[in-house]
Design a protein around this ligand. Structure first.
Ligand code: IVH
Length: 676
């Protein structure tokens, strides 16, 4: 019998009210302030208790109940909502000059210089309006045409950053708050992964995904989508409540429980605006969500009123747009590149287009499945996206612009470089050239990898030079690099005496390395930096790695049967053993790995992990703890230092509570291992 079954109706009403407030408060602590007080498991327990009460006493289900975050019965269509205060749009500027003109007009109308602006990111999502009556969210609407929007109340209720009830004690009887519904990059990737797995259509970008998710007739679908809101303004509000400046108003909203973005700031004059723009432009790629510019708003509300509006946009605010990250262009060809491990990658050659701040001429198409899914054909008009430092990508084909008679792209059956057979193993996305190091493309890429910064770190040996050295037949394997002469190097294009000297010195220097780097540099399939480090730690010499069996290799963290197979195959190959022998003869060396040491800040501590962590799986969590010297066991006892609890923990959580053992939630765990 659960607690809900034993309470009288009166007790149940009180308990439900307490639970609603408590859950709403923890929700705010978690999603808005990023300062959770209780583990997720405890939150889930409170939620389940409230659900049980509401099932037994349906009359206790109120509109501010957090149980409605799971969504409710689907709608037939959306009701129309009229915005009493219209939801305006912003005019845009795209250059310093246009911004200077805007600022000048503001100064002229206000009759003074040094105007104070509130500067904010311009979030790339869709606007939402939330109405609170007596502190309870009663209506949510999209912007629509600015005057008439759609009622999306049940959907908005499912979004964790939509407060169902205001925080604090005092608020206006009527409060309309406006903000932007967005989807983070992580949320977007996860959603698309899921769509793919279920054979459903993927979303082209986070904004479309956010819009599609909010405008669902079935709010239980919205509930599954990772939506978030940042708030940036107000609509209709009972008079006399709001502060006199925009910045202070945002602070009021923050106190009522709305999430305000951390990058909002006051700036002064044109210079202040430009400084903010440049700062946010630099930050853009590191933000976990898309922004397409910044917004400047005259901070003083009295001055906003003086300035007023022109048609649909205020004269007191402007959006300063960043260079677009998506543009349209034409696919002129699709080439197939061969990588270090033989992987075939189709690459679209594009009519040059300026996007994300640079001119883009190539975009990766990843693999055969990707080309087929997107159905990109030579001659197609496509949308190209370049965000940050990532390789430009084709988002989608503009099918309406496809000329008649374009041929579907087909992956070649023979390696486009060496003509060897191409194979695609069942269940793998990638097609590979089967020629190994006899394929010149694989050889070239293997040498580039060997020389790269995280491998042997040979300064001055760039990709172009490697291409030229391989082309001239001067270098076939990494070992040939150390036999290059001054004359040979000085004779290469764009090289002279001085750069040849420098490169020879860099080659000499690179010989002194670490075992981990050396293993990584060999370019064994699926042996990345981390695995190479683990291998070096586990086996203390190259000899023992080279002679290890598949079983022995699997004792190493991260190494499963597939990777172990790649390692054994690599060292079995006569050609590889010969190259390694030559490298060592040429003087490549490293200190023999010292016995496991380094920082062991958690030595002597014992942890138990239970439930699902969102940032890593349990094995990874165990490895991380062990790397810091901790012991990880599977059952809780008095000797346990702490229990790490993810989502839906099992009985270990209860046991830890009974024994009075410390419980760490995921955040606390991440800071323990130095991740936060
Ligand atoms: S203020 C009167 N602030 O941009 C001013 N809008 O083009 C109304 N947006 O519909 C909007 N970030 O969806 C404002 N920090 C921000 C914004 C922002 C994104 C969107 C919003 C609006 C559109 C206007």
């Amino acid at each position: 019998m659960s607690k809900a079954d034993t309470l009288s109706p009166e007790q149940a009403r009180e308990r439900a009210a307490y639970l609603r407030d408590e859950i709403n408060r923890h929700n705010h602590l978690y999603y808005v302030l990023d300062q959770p007080e209780i583990p997720d498991a405890e939150y889930d327990r409170l939620m389940r208790e409230l659900q049980a009460l509401e099932t037994r006493f349906p009359e206790l289900r109120t509109p501010d109940s957090p149980t409605c975050r799971v969504g409710s019965a689907p709608l037939k269509d959306f009701q129309e909502v009229r915005h009493v205060v219209p939801m305006l749009s912003l005019s845009n500027v795209f250059s310093e000059q246009e911004l200077a003109d805007f600022n000048r007009r503001v100064e002229e109308r206000l009759g003074h210089g040094g105007v104070v602006y509130a500067a904010e990111p311009k979030f790339d999502g869709l606007a939402i309006s939330l109405v609170y009556e007596d502190g309870v969210m009663v209506r949510a609407a999209t912007r629509g045409d600015g005057v008439r929007g759609e009622d999306v109340t049940p959907n908005a209720r499912t979004i964790p950053t939509v407060p169902l009830k205001l925080q604090g004690q005092r608020w206006p009887a009527l409060l309309e708050v406006r903000g932007e519904v967005i989807m983070s990059h992580d949320g977007f990737e996860a959603l698309n992964r899921q769509q793919r797995e279920h054979g459903k259509k993927e979303f082209v970008n986070p904004r479309n995904a956010a819009a599609g998710s909010l405008r669902q007739l079935d709010s239980s679908i919205t509930a599954e989508r990772p939506l978030e809101v940042y708030y940036y303004g107000v609509g209709e509000v009972s008079p006399g409540w709001l502060a006199d400046t925009h910045m202070e108003r945002l602070q009021q909203l923050r106190e009522w429980g709305f999430r305000i973005n951390a990058h909002v700031r006051k700036v002064t004059g044109l210079r202040g605006c430009l400084g903010y723009y440049n700062e946010m432009l630099d930050l853009r790629d590191s933000l976990p969500y898309d922004i397409d510019g910044v917004v400047y708003k005259v901070d003083s509300v009295a001055e906003q009123e003086t300035l007023g509006f022109i048609s649909r946009a205020p004269r007191w605010a402007v959006a300063h747009k960043f260079p677009a990250q998506e543009e349209m262009t034409v696919v002129e060809a699709i080439d197939v590149q061969v990588g270090r491990t033989g992987k075939l990658t189709p690459v679209a050659r594009l009519r040059p287009v300026f996007v994300g701040g640079v001119t883009v001429t190539n975009a990766t198409l990843h693999n055969q499945d990707e080309v087929e899914r997107k159905d990109v054909r030579v001659g197609d008009t496509v949308i190209v996206r370049r965000a940050g430092d990532v390789i430009p990508e084709i988002v989608s084909v503009v099918k309406s612009r496809r000329p008649k008679g374009l041929q579907r792209f087909r992956m070649p059956e023979r390696c486009p470089v060496c003509g060897a057979r191409v194979e695609r193993i069942e269940g793998e996305a990638d097609a590979r050239c089967t020629a190994g190091l006899s394929c010149p493309a694989q050889r070239r890429e293997a040498i580039k990898h060997f020389a790269s910064r995280k491998a042997m770190d040979i300064e001055g040996l760039g990709d172009k030079l490697v291409d030229a050295l391989v082309e001239k037949g001067l270098v076939e394997t990494p070992a040939d690099l150390y036999e290059l002469t001054h004359e040979q190097l000085a004779g290469m294009p764009r090289m002279g005496d001085k750069s040849a000297d420098n490169l020879l010195r860099a080659l000499e220097k690179s010989k002194h390395t670490t075992l981990a780097r050396f293993i990584y540099a060999l370019g064994i399939r699926e042996v990345g930096e981390a695995t190479a480090r683990q291998l070096a730690l586990h086996f203390d010499s190259l000899e023992s790695i080279m002679t290890a069996s598949i079983d022995e290799l699997q004792e190493v963290e991260d190494v499963g049967p597939v990777v172990a197979g790649h390692i054994v195959n690599f060292f079995r190959e006569e050609r590889n053993r010969e190259v390694i022998g030559r490298l060592i003869e040429q003087g490549v060396r490293w200190e023999d790995a010292a016995p496991r040491q380094g920082k062991q800040p958690l030595a002597g501590n014992t942890y138990v992990i239970t439930g699902t962590l969102s940032s890593m799986n349990r094995n990874e969590a165990r490895d991380r703890l062990q790397a810091l010297g901790a012991k990880v066991t599977s059952s809780v006892s008095k000797k346990t230092t702490a229990v790490i609890c993810g989502e839906n923990p099992g009985s270990k959580y209860d046991k830890a509570r009974d024994l009075g053992i410390e419980i760490l939630d995921e955040q606390a765990f991440l800071s323990l291992i130095g991740e936060r």
